[in-house]
Design a protein around this ligand. Structure first.
Ligand code: PHE
Length: 338
C-alpha cells in the first residue's frame, strides 16, 4: 500500500512537471485528487492493510495529498502571473490621450444678452439695479399712472398673487422704487424677469426686460433717441434699420415704440414679425409729470426719459431664432451654441 502511494505521488509529480497550461493542471488535479480520482480508488484498498499500519498509511496519504495540492496551486499561480506579464507587455496605455470630457454648464443666452446690453449702458454711466419680481400693485400700476379701471391694465394681463400683490408685468416699477430713494440725477438700468399670461411662438409667460431711466436737468427726446440708437447699433451693428413709432404709455408722454427691421426675413415679412417686416423691441418715452409728482420730483426742474426693452426679442433677432420657446426647453443642443 505504501509503495502504491509513493508510486502514485511519483506519477502525479511527473505529470505536473510536464504540464504547461491551466487546463492540463486542472485535469491532473481531477485525475489524481478528485472525488472519483486515483487517490480515492487507492484508499479503498485500506481494508487490506493491517490495523497497526492503517494510521501510518492514512497519514502518508494525507501528506501526499497536501503536497500535490500545494504544487498544483503554485503552478496555477505561476501561469496566471505569466499571463499578466504578457498582457502588461503588449497592452500599452497612452497617457498622452486626452481624458474623457467633463461637460460643463454655461451662461444662458438670455443672461448673456442681458449682460451685454447692461454693459453698453455701464459704459454710458448708468448703474445696474434690481427690483422685486413679486411686486405691490401700487408700484406695478398706480404709481405709474395706471389707476384701477384704466384700460392699460387690460392690455397687460396680470398674474395676481393677492389682491394688491402681482407678479410684475414689466420692469417699470423699478423706476418708482429708485426715484423714491434717490434725488436726481438718476441714471439706471434694471434687468430682470417679468410675467404675463401669454404663450405662443413669440410670447412666454415669463420673459426678461431691461428698464432704463435717466432723469436730470434738460433731458430731451433727442437724448432718448440718441441713447437708444447707440445701444441698438452696438448690439446689431452700425447699419441697423430702426423705426420710432408714436405710441402710448400712461407713465410717459410723449411715448414711442421702437421697431427693428426683422433680421429673420430682412424686412420681407415672415411668421416672426407677423408679416410686417418690423419687430417691436422697445417701449420708451419722456417720463410723465404725474409720475414725477408721485415720487416728489419737481417736473418744472427736471425731465427724463425711460424705456423698457424685451431681452428675448433682441436675442432672437441677434441670433436668428424664430421661436422664443427654444430658450426655455433646456435642449442642450440649442443652449450649447451660445
Ligand atoms: N413698461 C413698458 C412695457 O412693458 C415699456 C416701457 C418702459 C415704456 C418705460 C415706456 C417707458 O410695455
Amino acid at each position: 500500500m505504501k509503495e502504491s502511494l509513493v508510486e502514485f505521488q511519483k506519477n502525479a509529480e511527473a505529470e505536473l512537471n510536464s504540464a504547461g497550461s491551466r487546463e492540463e493542471l486542472l485535469a491532473i488535479r481531477t485525475k489524481y485528487l478528485g472525488r472519483k480520482g486515483l487517490l480515492t480508488t487507492l484508499l479503498r484498498k485500506i481494508g487490506s492493510v493491517s490495523p497497526q499500519q492503517r494510521p501510518l498509511v492514512g497519514k502518508l496519504s494525507n501528506e501526499i495529498k497536501d503536497v500535490l495540492s500545494v504544487k498544483i496551486e503554485n503552478a496555477l499561480e505561476e501561469i496566471a502571473y505569466r499571463e499578466k506579464c504578457e498582457t502588461l507587455l503588449h497592452e500599452k496605455i497612452d497617457v498622452t490621450l486626452p481624458g474623457r470630457g467633463v461637460s460643463h454648464g454655461r451662461i444662458h443666452p438670455i443672461v448673456q444678452m442681458s449682460r451685454e446690453i447692461c454693459e453698453v449702458f455701464s459704459g454710458l454711466g448708468f448703474s445696474v439695479v434690481k427690483g422685486p419680481e413679486v411686486e405691490l400693485s401700487h408700484y406695478n400700476f398706480e404709481a405709474l399712472n395706471i389707476p384701477e379701471g384704466h384700460p392699460a391694465r387690460d392690455t397687460q394681463d396680470t398674474f395676481y398673487v393677492e389682491d394688491n400683490i402681482v407678479l410684475r408685468t414689466h420692469t417699470s416699477p423699478v423706476q418708482i422704487r429708485i426715484m423714491e430713494k434717490q434725488r436726481p440725477p438718476v441714471r439706471i438700468v434694471s434687468p430682470g424677469k417679468v410675467y404675463r399670461p401669454d404663450s405662443d411662438i413669440s410670447h412666454t409667460p415669463m420673459f426678461h426686460q431691461i428698464e432704463g431711466l435717466l432723469v436730470d436737468k434738460d433731458i430731451t427726446f433727442g437724448d432718448l433717441k440718441g441713447v437708444l440708437t447707440y445701444l441698438l447699433q452696438q448690439i446689431f451693428g452700425e447699419g441697423t434699420a430702426l423705426r420710432f413709432r408714436p405710441s402710448f404709455f400712461p407713465f410717459t408722454e410723449p411715448s414711442a415704440e421702437i421697431d427693428i427691421q426683422c433680421i429673420i426675413c430682412g424686412g420681407a415679412g415672415c411668421r416672426v414679425c407677423g408679416r410686417s417686416g418690423w419687430i417691436e423691441i422697445l417701449g420708451a418715452g419722456m417720463v410723465d409729470p404725474e409720475v414725477f409728482k408721485a415720487v416728489d420730483y419737481d417736473p418744472e426742474e427736471i425731465s427724463g426719459f425711460a424705456f423698457g426693452l424685451g431681452v428675448e426679442r433682441i436675442a432672437m433677432l441677434k441670433y436668428g431664432i424664430s421661436d422664443i420657446r427654444l430658450f426655455y426647453e433646456n435642449d442642450r443642443r440649442f443652449l450649447e451654441q451660445f
